[in-house]
Design a protein around this ligand. Sequence first.
Ligand code: 5GP
Ligand code: ZN
Length: 112
Amino acid sequence: MNDCIFCKIISGEIKSQIVYEDDFVVAFKDLNPQAPTHILIVPKKHIENIAAASEEDALLLGKIQLAAAKIAKDSNIKDFRLVANNGKGAGQSVMHLHYHLMAGRRFLWPAG
Ligand code: 5GP
Ligand code: ZN
């Protein structure tokens, strides 16, 4: 956990562009954005990913989604995608739970 990039962002040790913070979560701009809006929403508690979450994290998981809705609403974003990669094989590169809030472009899946 000590060399976790997102724990260091949460503590302020590594600088980031924070857009939202409350008692449970921090949200900041992705360093390598894949959409005009690309924000990472992370719990302050270090949890590796969704698979590592437990029953006691149920409230926290809800708080992350509510933070996503608030961030989008405050930015006048109506349509957005919320994605959490779980595991290296699914594209997770930072082993601290995070949701990608993306908006401002069309997404390939589903087609249309
Ligand atoms: P993952 O691939 O684990 O689903 O997503 C990790 C995300 O974290 C990537 O989109 C990557 O660009 C972003 N990221 C990695 N290191 C940093 C950093 O130091 N600062 C910020 N703001 N984003 C980072
Ligand atoms: Zn961490």
